[in-house]
Design a protein around this ligand. Structure first.
Ligand SMILES: [Zn+2]
Ligand SMILES: [Zn+2]
Ligand SMILES: [Zn+2]
Length: 336
């Protein structure tokens, strides 16, 4: 993420702010293809209809009630249940950042008919404990998220139960959107499909059986040599999605670190769209150095690790396959 400043007083504001914390000016994010900027809220600037509901700070699209992010949401949780509004709002805040990043990378956010794509369904578990739970996942352009994950204690409970080193809302969003883009960019393009199969293996392996085996037997003992996470070893689709999520972690993380001057002189471009034009082998070096430093800072403060992953050469090669795919498929914005 870049840094932003109040259009009225130039104090720093954050991407999720609806008001400047220094001068109190109401602000609105005016998004344009590939980027955007903060403007003062004014009668000429119509805010998204969800501003009062989930503190969405984006501008409404011309002739519409919702903004370019909220129009991707087709199901919202039952807001009459206490706490659901807060959990939904947390997810939407991270979804806006996700969509801004995907847009900066030149990835398509509409289908051939011009409809928003992917679509998001934010659902809460039914009150009846015997009813089926809401499963986070992707199917045919629809990303379903269980908003219970937006509760820190619940997400930490699941993380511990699953034995995962890292579980976050951006992580969920980046992982699930990968499955969507596999369908959009890879599935029907023989050349890309072959390149992705060369990097991740044959996705025609029985998915249900592979996941069942993963949960029954656990990952192979040497998974860390070849996969970015244990879950990535379950099936080529999950390896693709986990690797895709990490490419977005690196691009957003490096853009943010550069914006705050944390990397020192690297010769790297400063925005995510241009970073996409740099090989993952090259990007992985400042990223690993940053991770070692921030892991140590977090440890000094008693926080969990900033980036609890090890990027070995075979994993970096997979990240490069994703970067190459996004770079070729993206519609410019500085990407080469
Ligand atoms: Zn201000
Ligand atoms: Zn909105
Ligand atoms: Zn997945």
């Amino acid at each position: 993420m870049q840094r932003f400043h109040c259009p009225a007083c130039a104090s720093e504001i954050w991407f999720h702010n609806t008001d400047c914390l220094h001068c109190g000016t109401g602000v609105i994010w005016h998004s344009e293809t590939g980027g955007g900027s903060f403007l003062q809220l004014s009668p000429e600037r119509r805010h998204c209809a969800n501003r009062g509901v989930i503190r969405c700070n984006w501008e409404a699209m011309a002739g519409q009630d919702l903004c370019r992010s909220c129009r991707h949401t087709t199901v919202v949780p039952n807001l009459s249940l206490p706490g659901n509004d807060v959990k939904w709002a947390r997810f939407e805040t991270d979804k806006r950042a996700l969509l801004a990043l995907l847009d900066a990378l030149g990835l398509p956010l509409e289908d051939a008919s011009g409809a928003p794509s992917p679509r998001f369904e934010f659902r809460s578990d039914p009150i009846d404990p015997s009813a089926p739970r809401v499963l986070t996942g992707h199917a045919d352009g629809v990303i379903t998220l269980n908003i219970a994950e937006a509760d820190d204690a619940e997400r930490e409970r699941i993380r511990t139960q699953m034995g995962e080193p890292y579980r976050s809302l951006p992580g969920h969003l980046r992982h699930e959107v990968a499955h969507h883009f596999w369908q959009v960019l890879v599935q029907n393009d023989p050349q890309r499909l072959q390149a992705i199969r060369n990097a991740f293996g044959d996705d025609r392996a029985d998915y249900g059986a592979a996941l069942a085996a993963h949960y029954r037997n656990g990952p192979p003992a040497d998974w860390a040599q070849f996969y970015v996470s244990a879950y990535a070893s379950s099936h080529p689709w999950e390896d693709f999605a986990e690797s895709w999520a990490h490419v977005l972690h690196l691009l957003d993380g490096l853009e943010t670190a550069t914006a705050y001057g944390l990397l020192g002189p690297t010769g790297l471009p400063s925005d995510a769209g241009a970073l996409l034009g740099v090989s993952m082998e090259r990007l992985s070096k400042p990223w690993i150095n940053l991770s070692i430093a921030l892991n140590a800072v977090n440890a000094a403060m008693g926080h969990s690790s900033f980036y609890p992953f090890v990027l070995r050469a075979p994993v970096i090669a997979k990240l490069e396959a994703i970067r190459s795919l996004i770079s070729q498929a993206g519609q410019g914005n500085g990407a080469s």
